[in-house]
Design a protein around this ligand. Structure first.
Ligand SMILES: Nc1nc2c(c(=O)[nH]1)N[C@H]1C(S)=C(S)[C@@H](COP(=O)(O)O)O[C@H]1N2
Ligand SMILES: [Mo]
Length: 503
């Protein structure tokens, strides 16, 4: 008679074991992705959020300045490595335990169980955590039963069969559970675009200039509208669970639910957004028609009393931004974009739109407005940015096209927030002489961009320069500065010849 579990002699970790553990860990991350997709229930998501919170501000600024958008890839790669490392460590522990005992089940269950526990704990979703646990368990089972040396070949192979069979059953159940929950979370309802929005979009399309080059129209489609998030994973907030509270230095806290908010007077507005972090001629500048309600009446209900006349806005992704109450006077709480429910990546179910201020003030997944007594830094301001004020004036040169006639067409958009755009001027001789560009008719609204277009007959090489004059008659400043910390300034310049353009 042998005891069911005999302690084996301890051996050191072999390379095979390590490799198998890493494979098991990677399969856990892949399994988590298979059931959760790119959502907050994916094991990498909460790790990424932690990485975002813990990365020092100077590093973030450095990465944005020197690496740009690819900086996000570094973030996510690091989070993947950490997730895989954690699960691999768990699998290795399971393998070690399995190796120490003649009966490997305990080690296998330990690996699966710990993976499940960890994933469930950090993602907050016990059902989808099975997606990570199942492959780790299966992998550990296969590895443990093939790596473990046993003196008794018969005993070994039956143990192995048992383990593999139970692991397969487990995976089957897991896949079923994963599929069910997955289907639930992807089932979204599409509503028809309401007629008023459709009319505004049509109107804007008819106002767009006839441009041969590849330049977006006056309304950006949801798919092409730029995106800037502090985290890789967007919060998932069902409309029926959403509410927002105005609190802090107020006469009375005010809380609104989604149903109450959307019951308030509805407005549809063109609002253009621009990110303070974009390059001078970058493309983090877009416009959409947003459906929502003014924020002012809600603020009045709360009766703000704070000394600084300023507010901290907070969101479900732990984003926060502080700016003067003044800026909220004409602000707007939006729940639709181009007639569709706000997409998750743009702040579903409710975001803020602050006319004329940099993109970062337009808080997505809004959860709280706290009136303050004293000014405080927001997320980006803690990291050195000054991105809460009014936008800088800019004229973008987004396309240079040689037409069949041989003429060159220059085109782009210009934006100056609530100051509006009065004129776009183009020089084809490095700034010695200037001509007015053709401009699209202004869209309705106080915070909208305009499209411009200019044609000229090329003669060799040209240094093209474009600049805007805002609605107050102020010329866009010529001095160039980087986007950090207060937004890029200067005139967009490009060398253009009949062959195309450069620089
Ligand atoms: N909650 C939350 N709101 C946010 C952000 C964010 O990361 N989290 N990014 C801000 C920044 S920097 C910009 S430029 C705009 C971008 O909005 P969009 O992604 O809808 O284009 O959202 C702002 N609101
Ligand atoms: Mo931004």
């Amino acid at each position: 008679m042998s005891l069911p579990t005999r302690i084996r002699e301890s051996t050191s970790i072999s390379r095979t074991e390590l490799l198998l553990a890493v494979l098991a860990g990677a399969s856990g991350v892949a399994g988590s992705y298979a059931v959760a997709g790119y959502t907050r229930q994916f094991i990498v998501a909460p790790i990424d959020a932690l990485v975002v919170r813990l990365t020092p501000g100077e590093l973030v600024a450095f990465v944005i300045d020197n690496i740009g958008d690819e900086g996000h890839l570094l973030h996510i790669a690091l989070s993947f490595v950490i997730a895989t490392g954690l699960l691999s460590a768990i699998a290795l522990l399971g393998l070690r335990v399995a190796d120490r005992l003649t009966e490997p089940t305990l080690g296998i269950v330990l690996a699966g169980g710990l993976t499940w526990g960890l994933t469930a704990a950090i993602t907050g979703d016990a059902a989808l955590a099975v997606g990570a646990a199942a492959p780790v368990l299966l992998f550990t089972a296969l590895a443990a039963t093939s790596v473990t040396r046993s003196n008794d070949a018969v005993e070994h192979s039956s143990a192995r069969r048992r383990v593999v069979a139970s692991a397969l059953a487990f995976v089957g159940v897991a896949a079923g559970v994963g599929r069910l929950t997955g289907e639930q979370s992807t089932a979204t309802t599409e509503t028809d675009i309401d007629d008023a929005v459709a009319e505004q979009v049509r109107q804007a399309e008819s106002q767009s200039l006839d441009i041969s080059g590849d330049v977006p129209g006056l309304v950006s489609s949801i798919g092409e509208f730029y995106n800037v998030d502090i985290a890789e994973f967007d919060p998932e907030v069902p409309s029926e669970d959403w509410s927002m509270t105005i609190t802090g230095e107020v006469g009375e806290d005010v809380t609104v639910s989604y149903a109450e908010l959307t019951d308030r007077p509805v407005e549809r507005r063109h609002v253009t957004l621009r990110c303070v972090g974009e390059d001078l001629n970058g493309e983090k500048l877009d416009n959409a028609v947003w459906t929502g309600t003014p924020i002012k009446p809600l603020l009045d209900e709360a009766d703000p009393e704070g000394e600084c006349e300023c507010a901290m806005l907070r969101a479900e992704d732990d984003y926060f931004v502080q700016f003067p109450l003044d800026a909220l006077e004409d602000a707007f709480l939006a729940w639709e974009m181009n007639g569709q429910p706000l997409p998750q990546s743009h702040g579903h179910p409710v975001r803020v739109l602050v006319p004329g201020h940099w993109g970062e003030t337009n808080v997505k997944w809004l959860s709280e407005i706290e009136l303050l007594d004293e000014e405080m830094d927001g997320y980006w301001e803690q990291r050195g940015w000054h991105g809460t004020g009014p936008v800088n004036t800019v004229a973008k040169l987004w396309s240079t096209t040689t037409l069949d006639s041989g003429a060159i067409e220059l085109a782009g958009h210009a934006y100056a927030g609530t100051r509006g755009i009065e004129r776009v001027e183009v020089s084809t001789d490095g700034g010695s002489t200037w001509q007015d560009a053709e401009l699209s008719e202004p869209l309705p609204g106080d915070d909208v961009w305009r499209q411009w277009r200019h044609e000229f007959e090329p003669d060799g090489s040209h240094e093209v320069v474009v600049r805007a004059v805002d609605g107050e008659g102020t010329l866009q400043p010529e001095d160039r500065s980087d986007s950090f910390p207060s937004g890029a300034t200067g005139w967009v310049r490009q060398t253009v010849n009949m062959m195309g353009s450069s620089g």
